[in-house]
Design a protein. Structure first.
Length: 502
């Protein structure tokens, strides 16, 4: 099916209610893998971070990563889940060439965390509660690289390369209960949920949760049911969606695709689907297995996990301030509107602004530079704010130079430009480019005299009471000083010399 065949979004929602289920995989930031001592460091030579355990060689026995368990408990607590007093691992059997054991060590009917919720805030401020079914521990697969085809997928490829460095890296899979009642806002809810979950994971310090690097990815399950009915429709599962925008687009596309199939008298196939970033469409993958098809059975080589209540409560007490509560506190401290706070959040600037204020900048100045000049540069260069080659401490120094009068806003923008270009820290850029504000009264007075002499008619207007005309003379002085004069002081000098009160 192509995009042309889709039902309109409004038409789909006029007949059907969407029901979603979101499965988010989070790659934990542990130093070693989930069941062995191999390093999890990125970008190493292919197959250099493997051992008999993660390669599934006969006789090799796994050992559970304690930090992985601790991270799972922290995530569960932050999601308001109950923490199991006793749980165990299971073998999930299926054939994937990038899983050398030919089964995945996961958790099935006994997850470590279950029955929780996460409140998410939509763009208009509405709070939507997403119920959490479970959060369980498992391991990642290896990486397949399909060579010779046009799409990078196995279909049409001449051969495939396998790298098992990623096999065994700890994962936490977080599964929602069916999300009902969102209606036309279902795609927005999906995006907001994954965004809030990402912020929570980062706040816990258990993962960097960088979606573009595969450290966090979402499977979007979606079905439709006619208005007034209770039975869920057949679902599709769009796999490994790796950006917030794409989560929203995938949900929207599947709503329209399902509606088109159902309205034409067709039947939805329970299957996995691939998401395509270039146009926001999905295409069929494989027929989706049910749980029984994986032939789960308890992992015989691992003892059950039984976290003590004392340990769980100790971890609960150590949880950081959760993101939504922190944002509300900062919104009040900064005195910004809900809309402005949402813009800051959408830009990924909250932590950067906080770090800049911690480095000494007033919060309004920190917001001004990150959401203004730096956001513009990020948009133009296709980078996120935290990828820009400038630190919060450097932004705070620019703000300090403005406050002290050494720079005006125009010069400050040039300083930031220099820092981003790799010319050094703010003070070095100021020195190299000669960007300090001209504060010498003699030099300013001379520049003002020249401007008055060159613009006699304007000067006469000002003497005659048209004080607003001083702007033209201020502009002339600023031009003569290459923007390095203090505009307010220049205006004062002009009025003084012309004998006019401001």
């Amino acid at each position: 099916m192509t995009v042309i065949d889709l039902e309109s979004y409004e038409g789909a929602l006029a007949t059907y209610d969407p029901v979603m289920g979101l499965e988010v995989h989070v790659e934990l930031g542990t130093r070693t893998k989930m069941f062995c001592g191999c390093s999890t460091e990125l970008k190493q030579d292919a197959n250099s971070q493997t051992c008999p355990v993660c390669l599934g060689l006969p006789g090799a026995l796994p050992v559970v990563n304690e930090i992985g368990v601790e991270s799972a408990i922290k995530i569960g607590l932050a999601l308001n889940c109950e923490i199991a007093e006793w749980c165990r691992f299971a073998r999930k059997n299926y054939f994937y060439p990038d899983m050398p054991k030919n089964f995945q060590t996961s958790q099935y009917d006994e997850p470590i965390a279950y029955n929780g919720y996460l409140d998410v805030q939509l763009e208009d401020g509405e709070i939507f509660r997403v119920q959490i079914e479970r959060a369980h521990m498992e391991e990642d697969t290896g990486k397949s690289t399909h060579v010779g085809g046009a799409t990078g997928r196995i279909h049409g490829a001449s051969h495939s390369l396998l790298d098992y460095n990623r096999a065994g890296i700890p994962l936490i899979e977080i599964v929602t209960k069916p999300i009902e009642g969102a209606g036309a806002r279902a795609p927005e809810v999906a995006k907001a949920y994954v965004a809030e979950l990402r912020e929570l994971i980062k706040a816990l310090g258990v993962s960097e949760a960088r979606m573009e690097m595969g450290q966090m990815r979402c499977d979007v399950n979606l079905s439709l049911r006619p208005h007034g009915t209770e039975t869920f429709g057949t679902r599709s599962e769009t796999k490994n969606v790796n950006s917030l925008r794409s989560v929203e687009r995938a949900a929207r596309f599947e709503i329209q695709r399902h509606a088109a199939v159902l309205n034409s008298g067709g039947t939805i196939v329970q299957e996995t689907r691939h998401f395509h970033e270039e146009d926001g469409s999905t295409t069929a993958g494989r027929i989706k297995d049910n749980a029984e098809d994986y032939r789960y059975f308890p992992e015989p080589d691992l003892v059950p996990v039984a976290p003590s209540r004392e340990w769980v409560e100790e971890l609960r007490k150590g949880l950081p301030e959760l993101p939504r509560l922190r944002r509300q506190r900062l919104k009040e401290e900064w005195g910004v509107s809900e809309h402005d706070m949402q813009s800051i959040l959408n830009a990924g600037a909250v932590d950067l602004i906080v770090a800049t204020t911690d480095a000494g900048a007033p919060s309004d100045q920190a917001r001004k530079w990150w959401m203004g000049e730096l956001a513009r540069n990020a948009n133009e260069t296709g980078r996120s704010l935290d990828e820009l080659p400038i630190t919060p401490a450097q932004v705070a120094r620019v703000a300090a130079l403005v406050t002290s009068g050494d720079l005006n806003d125009k010069l400050a923008r040039q300083v930031i430009e220099g820092v981003l270009a790799g010319e050094g820290d703010p003070d070095t850029v100021v020195e190299k480019r000669g960007l300090k504000v001209v504060s010498d009264e003699g030099a300013l007075g001379a520049a003002v005299d020249e401007a008055i002499a060159a613009n006699a008619a304007v000067a006469d207007k000002i003497r005659g009471g048209k004080v607003a005309a001083a702007g033209a003379l201020v502009g002339a002085v600023m031009k003569a000083t290459r923007g390095q004069a203090d505009a307010a002081r220049v205006r004062e000098l002009i009025l003084e010399k012309l004998g006019v009160e401001g």
